[in-house]
Design a protein around this ligand. Structure first.
Ligand SMILES: Cc1cc2nc3c(=O)[nH]c(=O)nc-3n(C[C@H](O)[C@H](O)[C@H](O)COP(=O)(O)OP(=O)(O)OC[C@H]3O[C@@H](n4cnc5c(N)ncnc54)[C@H](O)[C@@H]3O)c2cc1C
Length: 324
């Protein structure tokens, strides 16, 4: 690993000031479960690491107006164990439960889960986010079984965050602090498909920090479902998260978001429209699954993900309406 300077600020203002104009000047360090692997593999080689775990204002979960405010350094375990989260957002709890091992849930943070880098093995082996060699995609004719079925332009990796689809379905926003103050971005728009290797896959500048996530306490029924290889310590093949505003047993409005199938969480508007005004039965849920994968374009080795995504939508919907 390349030698680096370690900074330990106590405030967001100081942390932002310690970051730099480029990703090689400095990187944020939260739980370190991804950042340190990236540094060991020379994918990130920052001159400075800025530890944010001792900044009190980034910690904790509490109600704030009509939202639940989740601090960026809340660990996945804290999220899973929190009473308010368990009562209002079972989709978030089940997404967090699926992550890795007990050790990862103990160290990994909400901000880190959202900002973790893609797992694409070409990216992790130094070929950049677009996984190209001599201007040609290595993914198209390569090992692409875990890649996107919803590619966006040249971006064929999948967004790695399991929390993102659940948060996007719930209409959550992230707050980002930078040198000029704070800004707020919908979770669904925080993820972007880069068109060059110089771009990041999240809407974050090198001198910005995610400080919190605000999740509206709207009373929407919600659930998420992911399909993974047995109980392996690996990312899901496909996942879906749903949030339903109900009037009695009828869906007033729905949000359906697919995960691990595109470079960003995929908001399935067709599936949401297919649900409006209906009661959820197995048949309606299966139709929503069909609608959700309209527009999917699998690569040579990952057509199986289309069926998994359909099933994930159906099962998430059935789970959401099962809850009182
Ligand atoms: C074996 C294994 C299995 C896993 N399975 C899953 C899975 O199924 N689903 C899933 O979603 N994840 C999975 N993960 C990933 C895990 O959730 C992340 O590694 C973890 O959440 C990252 O959090 P962290 O606090 O350790 O982040 P760090 O490693 O400290 O940081 C990760 C990245 O985010 C940046 N960053 C961190 N916090 C902030 C912030 N507040 N503002 C701006 N930038 C920030 C860092 O600079 C770095 O680039 C798995 C990881 C492992 C090792």
């Amino acid at each position: 690993m390349q030698a680096f300077e370690y900074a330990n600020p106590m405030t967001v203002k100081d942390a932002v000031a310690l970051l730099g104009a480029s990703w090689t000047d400095a990187n944020v360090l939260a739980g370190g479960t991804d950042q340190l692997s990236l540094m060991k593999d020379y994918i990130h080689t920052p001159k400075r690491l800025v530890n944010i775990k001792n900044i009190k204002e980034l910690a904790g979960i509490r109600k704030a107006g009509g939202n639940l405010r989740i601090g960026a350094t809340v660990t996945l375990d804290e999220l899973i164990d929190n009473r308010e989260v368990r009562m209002a957002f079972p989709s978030l709890v089940s997404a967090a439960r699926g992550v890795g091992s007990p050790q990862i849930k103990n160290m990994g943070t909400v901000g880190g889960d959202l900002c973790q880098r893609p797992r694409c093995w070409y990216f992790r082996n130094g070929f950049g986010l677009l996984a190209q060699k001599n201007g040609r995609s290595l993914v198209d004719d390569g090992q692409n079984e875990f890649h996107a079925i919803f590619s966006q332009g040249p971006a064929k990796f999948v967004s790695a965050s399991s929390l993102a689809p659940a948060l996007a379905a719930l209409g959550a926003t992230v707050t980002i602090a930078g040198p000029n103050g704070t800004r707020s971005v919908d979770v669904a728009s925080f993820f972007v498909a880069p068109s060059s290797d110089q771009q990041r896959e999240v809407d974050l500048k090198p001198n910005e920090i995610v400080t919190q996530v605000l999740v509206p306490m709207s009373g929407a029924k919600n659930a998420s479902y992911e399909v993974r290889l047995k109980d392996g310590l690996d990312w899901p093949y496909a996942a879906a998260a749903v949030a339903l505003r109900m009037k009695g047993s009828t869906v007033e409005s729905a949000r359906v978001v697919l995960g691990h199938v595109g470079p960003t969480p995929v908001v399935a508007e067709g599936a949401a429209s297919a649900l409006a005004g209906k009661s959820i039965t197995e048949e309606v849920a299966a139709q929503a699954g069909e609608s959700a994968v309209q527009g999917a374009h699998p690569l040579s080795g990952n057509a199986y993900k289309v069926q998994l995504a359909k099933t994930a939508v159906k099962r998430a919907l059935m789970e959401a309406v099962k809850r009182a």
